[in-house]
Each structure stands twice: as C-alpha cells, then as structure tokens.
Write a protein that binds this ligand. Structure first.
Ligand SMILES: NC(=O)c1ccc[n+]([C@@H]2O[C@H](COP(=O)([O-])OP(=O)(O)OC[C@H]3O[C@@H](n4cnc5c(N)ncnc54)[C@H](OP(=O)(O)O)[C@@H]3O)[C@@H](O)[C@H]2O)c1
Length: 265
C-alpha cells in the first residue's frame, strides 16, 4: 500500500475500552480508516486522536447498541462517512450482565439487556451492512463472542445464551453471504487480561487478603485453564487481523476459541 492509500473502511463496536479498542488500533495500524462506536464518547475521541496520529481517518459514533434507533442512526453516519463501502466489521461491544443469579432470580430486564447488547446489536449491524458488503462482492465480519457461548455455566444464563445465539447468527450469515465473497466468523475468547478484568482480580485479592498473583492463580484454577493464564487482548487482536487479512480469505462460519484450552470440545 502506498502512502496516503487506505486499506478501506473498518467499523468496530465496543471500541471505547478493552479488546475492541485494541482491535481498532490494530486495524488503523494495518492501514484502515476506522469508525469506532460505544457509549463513552470521550474515550472514543481519545482513540480517534491515536488513529489520526497513524495517518488514518477516524469516525466517532456515540450510541447505545441496545437502542435500535441510536444504532441505526450511527450506521447511517458510518455509510455517509465511508461513501457506502465497508471492508471490515468487528462486533466487539458486549456485556456479561449480572454474574451470579440463577434462573428464577434473574430479572427479565437484565436478560433482555444482555441479549440486546450481545446478540440483537450484531444482528442490527449485519442487517444494515451485510447487503452493502455483499453488493460490493467483498468484506470481512468478525463477531466477538465468548467461550461461554460454547458451553453452559451456572450464573451466566443470559451471557451464555446470547453468546451462543451469536454463533447461530454468525453461521447463518456466513452461509448467506459466502457466495458474494463476504466472510463471517466468530471468536470465542475466555478471560482476557483487560483493565476491567484486572480490576476484578485486584478486588478479589483485596477481599481475600491474598496477593494479586495468588488471586489470579485461584481464578485460573477455577476456570480450568490448562495453559495456566488468561489471554491478553493482543491474542484476540492477532486472530481478528488474521481473519481480515490474506490468511482469512477462505475461512467463514467458523468459531475460533482462544481460552488457553479451557474449552476443549
Ligand atoms: N474480557 C473478557 O474476559 C472477555 C471474555 C470473553 C469474551 N469477551 C468479549 O469480548 C468483547 C470485548 O469485551 P472486553 O471485556 O474486552 O471489553 P470491556 O472493557 O468490557 O468493554 C466493553 C465494550 O463494549 C461496549 N459496550 C458495552 N455495552 C454497550 C452498549 N450498550 N452500547 C454500546 N457499546 C457498549 C463498551 O463501550 P461503552 O461502555 O463506551 O458503551 C466497551 O467499549 C465483548 O464482546 C465481550 O463479551 C470478553
């Protein structure tokens, strides 16, 4: 790619923090102009400055993905900004929802909110952008699920169900869009050492009167991770970049589990 040329427009939801933020930066580093979406506009503005410093265009889209009107309005702005061409879509916005109530104590409002974030939002995004990508005869979509979408887990009903549903959406979209040259894949991370998770581990250490190393070891043992450590955001980023790069051109409808071996099916 020559100086000043772009690898095309990319769109990342959940880019204000954690893994989505790192994915947006990696896409910019690979030459994409990047549109970034989340609710925290200040954090997105800071990210946009970093993207611009790499010589790429950035578009900040403030929206709550649970609100269809807000998401649709953001997608309108995205398509205006990109002249109706989108090369890469990464649905990374996600929430765990409440982490421990069993079914029976889990509120319908919490269930709906988790499903709206993790499953309905990627559907809205793909409803709008897949026809555009299929019309162009190319494009890559990566949905960030979770290894709880590969298995059940007590206390994670809405999270597991929403991430499991996203697998079905991914596979169906892959079958529909494949003949038009668009790939759609699913990445299933286990725990990722992003700032939110590190804060959790620190709180667990303080609550238990143990060191942060001990708290992390206990967490890893509890999660049954054979490789003995959580993933880093860069592990997920590397898979996204593979799927959207030359290596991913003939991969679609797949679920790539990155969890240190916690889920071996
Ligand atoms: N971290 C892990 O251990 C782990 C494990 C498995 C799967 N995952 C998945 O990986 C993806 C990234 O998570 P993360 O943990 O790296 O990041 P994170 O720090 O939890 O950040 C979540 C991102 O999603 C956005 N988001 C959440 N709800 C939203 C809403 N209603 N509207 C718009 N944006 C929303 C947040 O933006 P705003 O707050 O600005 O709205 C933020 O940018 C998620 O899909 C998550 O489920 C994470």
């Amino acid at each position: 790619m020559r100086a000043g040329e772009t690898a095309g427009a990319a769109f990342v939801t959940g880019a204000s923090a954690g893994t989505g933020r790192e994915i947006a930066l990696a896409l910019a580093a690979a030459g994409h102009d990047v549109a970034v979406l989340g609710r925290r506009v200040d954090a997105l503005e800071e990210l946009a400055v970093e993207i611009a410093a790499m010589g790429r265009r950035a578009l900040v889209l403030g929206a709550d993905v649970r609100e269809a009107d807000q998401l649709e309005a953001a997608l309108d702005r995205l398509l205006d900004w990109s002249d109706g061409r989108i090369e890469v879509v990464v649905n990374a916005a996600g929430t765990t929802g409440p982490l421990s109530p069993p079914i029976g104590q889990y509120s319908l409002a919490d269930f709906d909110s988790t499903v709206a974030t993790n499953l309905r939002a990627p559907f809205i995004v793909m409803s709008r952008l897949l026809p555009v990508m299929r019309g162009a005869g190319r494009g890559r979509i990566v949905n960030i699920g979770g290894n709880h979408g590969m298995r059940g887990r007590a206390g994670r009903s809405s999270y597991s169900a929403s991430k499991w549903g996203l697998r079905g959406l991914t596979r169906s979209a892959a079958l529909e869009a494949g003949p038009d040259g668009v790939t759609v894949n699913y990445i299933a991370p286990g725990p990722i050492a992003i700032p939110r998770m590190k804060a959790n581990w620190k709180a667990q250490a303080e609550a238990g009167g143990i060191s942060e190393d001990e708290a992390l070891r206990a967490y890893v043992a509890n999660m049954g991770i054979p490789l003995g450590k959580p993933s880093e955001a860069e592990d997920i980023v590397a898979m996204v970049m593979y799927l959207v790069g030359p290596g991913g051109r003939n991969i679609t409808g797949q679920e790539l589990v990155i969890d240190g071996g916690a889920t071996v099916l």
